[in-house]
Write a protein that binds this ligand. Structure first.
Ligand code: ADP
Ligand code: MG
Length: 217
């Protein structure tokens, strides 16, 4: 099985004045094509930092990140940005939708080639048929997260990274969002979710635990 994500001995050190914070301390993390991985662990354990490395939103202080066989450190800034945009979808805890834009416009925003029909098709896929022209304020939290998942699919990524995707949702909506992500995974999408929620983690095929910047299987 091909590894979509292969992180080797990754360290991330933040300097805060005199103080150094080791957010990651020698993490090894592999995610195979088509798999569904959950990362759990207490607040501050380095989960978001790890996800940011997997999505080239940040680079390690030391160690290697290889995505789909390409070593990120050997790519130019433009190549990194292109890889991020074309292959990776992001879903966040607070949805991060633009409040002035409709569901359809939010989905179109990251598209490399803006396409209204495609935006509608993706919204249909996540169960939002007929709600194309609603503003985020006219949707429930669960529906907003569906729009955010639709947006993450805008450029047909091969990998979706979701940071606490159910963190703002009640139990019923959390379950629906996890079922939607599971469906995408059944369709071949590789998924990594960071979560505090054991119910959400149960949907994944594999769970790793983080603590103090290290991974425990
Ligand atoms: P988690 O997502 O598990 O809550 P994070 O990856 O966000 O943890 O953070 C890991 C550690 O790194 C924490 O101690 C956090 O305060 C620190 N940290 C994260 N981002 C930054 C930053 N940009 N600058 C300084 N410290 C940071
Ligand atoms: Mg976090």
């Amino acid at each position: 099985m091909t590894d979509i994500v292969d992180i080797k001995d990754a360290w991330k050190t933040y300097k805060m004045g005199e103080e150094e914070i080791n957010a990651l301390q020698g993490v090894n993390f592999k995610v195979g094509e088509g798999s569904f991985m959950a990362v759990m662990g207490p607040s501050g354990s380095g989960k978001s930092t790890l996800l940011h490395l997997a999505g080239i939103l940040d680079l390690p202080t030391k160690g290697d990140v290889t995505l789909g066989g390409k070593k990120v450190s050997e790519l130019s800034g433009n190549e990194q940005a292109h890889l991020r945009r074309s292959q990776i979808g992001f879903v966040f805890q607070r949805f991060n939708l633009l409040s002035q834009l409709t569901a359809m416009e939010n989905v179109m925003l990251p598209m490399i080639k803006p396409d209204k029909e495609k935006a509608k098709e993706i919204l249909d896929r996540v169960g939002l048929e007929g709600k194309y022209h609603r503003l985020p304020s006219q949707l429930s939290g669960g529906e907003e997260q569906r729009v955010a998942i639709a947006r993450s699919l805008a450029n047909d990524p091969i990998l979706i990274l979701a940071d606490e995707p159910t963190g703002e949702l009640d139990t019923k909506n959390s379950r629906m969002i996890m079922e939607l992500l599971t469906e995408l995974n059944r369709g071949g999408m590789t998924l990594i979710i960071v979560t505090h929620d054991p119910m959400a983690a149960k949907f994944a095929q594999k769970t790793v635990q983080m603590q103090d910047g290290k991974i425990y299987e």
